[in-house]
Design a protein around this ligand. Structure first.
Ligand SMILES: Cc1ncc(COP(=O)(O)O)c(C=O)c1O
Length: 360
């Protein structure tokens, strides 16, 4: 309220203002990067991250098959096509082996790979070391889609600083929201300058002069005010979300009709969303219905993109692990506003459901 009032009083309400600069500085620090550029949303940020990375029409970009539509859509916005690859069973994120296979597959099919996007799923970091080693060896830029992973740690460092460039989202459903918004972070000064330039209509130094076709992708000061106030509460929100996740982990351990995402010892998930993998799409539907009957909102999570109409023309590699997650993961309440007694009610409701044990 205080920050928003300051925007109104000072009349800095649009796509410039002190809160935009402050949010950028705070996000650079939060991700351990030298540069940050604020965006109107994460999809726009990812679009220009791809452009800065050199992705051009005619190229392909390796994208995990288990992700939100925006990851693949940004590739199309940059004029390229996705090459979908499989995820790893322990993290549900782009598998280093699948990346190698996709690069080899691209060579065989004569596809030019412009970049690789690794998505940190539900706050769980991807295994960035082997992914960046493989990308560096192949001479392909690595982009982190950290949309929902603010506060996640990979090998003692925050996500966002492992690829050549990374993106965060401040959409309403994220741990830190700005109402809407996105952020690019990078250590590449030239890339940061280029995305900043392109996001502000590619205005040249003189008034109403442009040196290329640009975009109106900047975040407003009003959104940045909300984002900054939220970011100040990040440690507290992360702690609450982790407490929810660990309580759910304990509650479902040993069950054969649902499994939590496995936790790896080389990363700390930010626990943005809590997902349970059921044994079939029918079981996922049954669990959602059961929870709904208990007054609890749960949702089926992502479906693989490669078999959807919008991406019919995309290239793809076999993705059996992604297929095994598609439509079977159910997300349950995990917001930082969830109280302990509400969480206990969810746990009780989970205990009242039994799913078939056989996989479909
Ligand atoms: C994995 C992933 N990538 C990209 C995005 C796009 O972010 P935004 O909604 O801010 O455009 C999201 C948002 O939900 C996401 O979950």
């Amino acid at each position: 309220m205080e920050y928003l009032a300051r925007c109104i009083e000072d009349n800095w309400v649009s796509s410039a203002g002190p809160f935009v600069a402050r949010l950028e500085a705070e996000m650079a620090e939060c991700a351990g990067c030298q540069h940050a550029v604020a965006f109107v949303n994460g999809t726009a940020a990812l679009h220009l991250a791809l452009v800065a990375a050199g992705v051009r029409p005619g190229m392909h970009v390796i994208v995990p098959d288990f992700t939100f539509a925006a990851t693949a859509n940004a590739v199309y916005h940059a004029g390229a096509r996705p090459l979908f690859a499989d995820v790893a069973p322990d993290t549900w994120t782009l598998s280093p082996e699948a990346l190698e296979q996709a690069l080899a597959g691209a060579r065989d099919q004569g596809l030019k790979i412009g970049a690789v996007i690794s998505v940190h799923v539900m706050g769980q970091p991807a295994d960035m070391e082997p992914l960046s080693y493989t990308c560096a060896k192949a001479g392909v830029p690595l982009i982190e889609d950290a949309a929902g992973a603010i506060g996640a740690i990979y090998k003692d460092k925050p996500v966002g600083c492992f690829g050549d460039i990374a993106m965060f989202s401040f959409n309403g459903n994220k741990t830190v929201t700005a109402g809407g918004g996105g952020m690019i972070v990078t250590n590449r000064e030239d890339w940061a300058a280029r995305v900043r330039h392109l996001s502000t209509q590619a205005r040249a130094a003189a008034a109403y002069q442009y040196d290329e076709v640009g975009f109106n992708y900047r975040m407003t000061n009003l959104n940045a005010a909300v984002g900054l106030a939220q970011l100040e509460r990040l440690p507290e929100m992360l702690a609450t979300k982790k407490a929810h996740a660990f309580a759910y982990d304990r509650a479902v351990t040993g069950r054969v009709d649902m499994q939590p995402m496995s936790r790896v010892n080389w990363a700390v998930s930010s626990c943005w969303l809590y997902g349970l993998r059921t044994n079939s799409t029918a079981a996922a539907g049954s669990l959602v219905k059961h929870l709904d009957g208990c007054g609890i909102e749960a949702r089926p999570f992502w479906k693989t993109l490669s078999n959807q109409k919008a991406y019919a023309a995309a290239a793809r590699m076999p993705a059996p692990y992604a297929a095994g997650l598609s439509g079977r993961v159910v997300t349950i309440p995990s917001g930082s506003g969830l109280t302990e007694s509400e969480r206990e009610a969810v746990i009780k409701a989970l205990a009242g459901w039994r799913g078939k044990v056989v996989n479909d």
